[in-house]
Design a binder for this molecule. Structure first.
Ligand code: NI
Length: 440
């Protein structure tokens, strides 16, 4: 295992105009205060009269709001390299003709720099944690480790060719050995069976067995397009969700991305089996895949989080945009403005995200005793005035550019417009060079 990157964290005192946190429901604390010691929230509540003495860093901003960090529960970080390369195409054609041929040209260092670019964008937009599925994941882990972001990483497994599929399992094993729970648990590992249409049942059983053996969750694309469902029915006589259920996938910890095309029975299966669903409204809209039955999933009690998917199909990694889309789409589809209230949307983007990645309980709640993964939003902008309701503003009015400070595990990763752990200019340079070579 690489030597743990144990960041020095300071004893901090934060005071802000508002603090949002989770405790049973959403807690909105005006004039709030947070103290952080050893990377852990030691106090969260109304402002106290405590002295600033003894704190290594004090941040006091009456025009700001502190809230839990956003979780991007499904992405392929290094696909930032293909941002804008192929747009306005259906998923299968886009993958077969554009993305997969280009991916075949990627080397390890491309993945490293593409991932770092994604991390720059995510941190700047208030994302403190993400679930990634791609390949050369040791490079991804290295980028996460250096940047200080929290991440759960899966080597994307494709089992159409059993020899390649088995090699992927070997890579996953080694990734788990080297990185699972690394950096004080900041980096974790999942197995990443890509999708039912790229992982035949025989191979999926091997993946499930390995997940059980290694005791790690699985991250899979599921029921993303109508074509996927049609083809699965034609080949197996059942839908992707039914097939996965029969294979026993949901008897283990599973993060299922997309879940766009679901019958009421399948919604029931996902909810009762406790599968975590990562909803990716931006990517689903852009690829014309459809709109997931989010409201129905939530009403059945399914655990739903939000993701951007890769930057080649979104085309950004802006979780505030996904947050807003997730709150608006159910209202429009159901012709019901009460469908998916703001609080439910924020929950999906924050605490549900941590739960969907099967991380330690309480993470993302910002309660005392949990890791200090938080973001500070600058409210002194026209679109926050008047400040009737800070929760409403975050969901319906905020922009990624309003994020002014980001902290993961008590370490400040972004402040005053500057990334503290990443040389952004170097990232831009590397990505520019590499994108030219890839498209050559
Ligand atoms: Ni995806």
């Amino acid at each position: 295992m690489p030597e743990d990157v144990v960041f020095v964290t300071e004893k901090m005192l934060l005071r802000a105009g508002f603090v949002l946190a989770w405790e049973e429901g959403l807690k909105v604390i005006p004039d709030g205060e947070i103290t952080v010691e050893d990377g852990i929230v030691s106090y969260l509540g109304p402002r106290t009269g405590r002295s600033q003495e003894g704190f290594e860093r004090v941040i006091e901003k009456e025009n700001s709001l502190v809230m839990p960090g956003l979780v991007n529960a499904h992405t392929h970080a290094a696909m930032t390299l293909f941002r804008g390369y192929a747009d306005d195409m259906p998923l299968q054609e886009w993958l077969n003709d554009k993305i997969w041929p280009l991916e075949a040209k990627l080397d390890k260092k491309d993945i490293y720099w593409g991932t770092l670019l994604a991390i720059c964008e995510m941190i700047r937009g208030g994302t403190t944690c993400f679930a990634d599925m791609y390949f050369h994941m040791e490079e991804v882990a290295e980028a996460c480790s250096k940047s200080g972001i929290r991440a759960s990483l899966a080597w994307g497994l494709i089992g159409l060719d059993m020899i390649k599929g088995m090699a992927g399992l070997k890579e996953s094993k080694s990734l788990t050995r080297n990185w699972h729970n690394a950096d004080r648990g900041r980096i974790t590992v999942m197995l990443g069976p890509h999708a039912p249409y790229t992982c035949p049942p025989k191979y999926l059983r091997k993946v499930i067995d390995l997940a059980a053996e290694l005791d790690v969750p699985m991250h899979i694309h599921l029921a993303e397009t109508a074509v996927e469902v049609q083809e699965c029915r034609a080949e197996h006589g059942k839908t992707p969700v039914e097939l996965m259920n029969d294979l026993g996938l949901f008897d283990y910890k599973v993060l299922a991305a997309h879940c766009v095309h679901l019958s009421p029975t399948e919604i029931e299966i996902l909810a009762t089996k406790g599968a975590a669903v990562a909803h990716n409204p931006g990517s689903n809209l852009k690829l014309g895949s459809g709109i997931a039955p989010l409201w129905e999933l939530l009403q059945k009690g399914a655990l739903v989080s939000l993701g951007t998917d890769g930057a080649a199909s979104n085309n950004n990694l802006d979780m505030i945009e996904e947050l807003r889309l997730s709150a608006l789409l159910p209202k429009g589809i159901n012709c019901d403005p009460t469908a998916l209230p703001a609080e439910d949307a924020l929950k999906m983007a924050t605490i549900n995200g941590f739960q969907s990645l099967f991380l330690e309980k309480g993470l993302g709640s910002l309660q005392a005793g949990t890791a200090a993964d938080l973001v500070m939003i600058n409210l002194k902008k026209p679109h926050y005035f008047p400040l009737h309701n800070p929760l409403s503003h975050i969901v319906y009015s905020a922009a990624a550019a309003d994020v002014e400070m980001v902290m993961v595990g008590g370490r400040v990763l972004f402040e005053n417009g500057e990334l503290k752990t990443i040389d952004e200019e170097k990232v831009f340079f590397e990505v520019r060079q590499r994108s030219v070579r890839l498209l050559d």
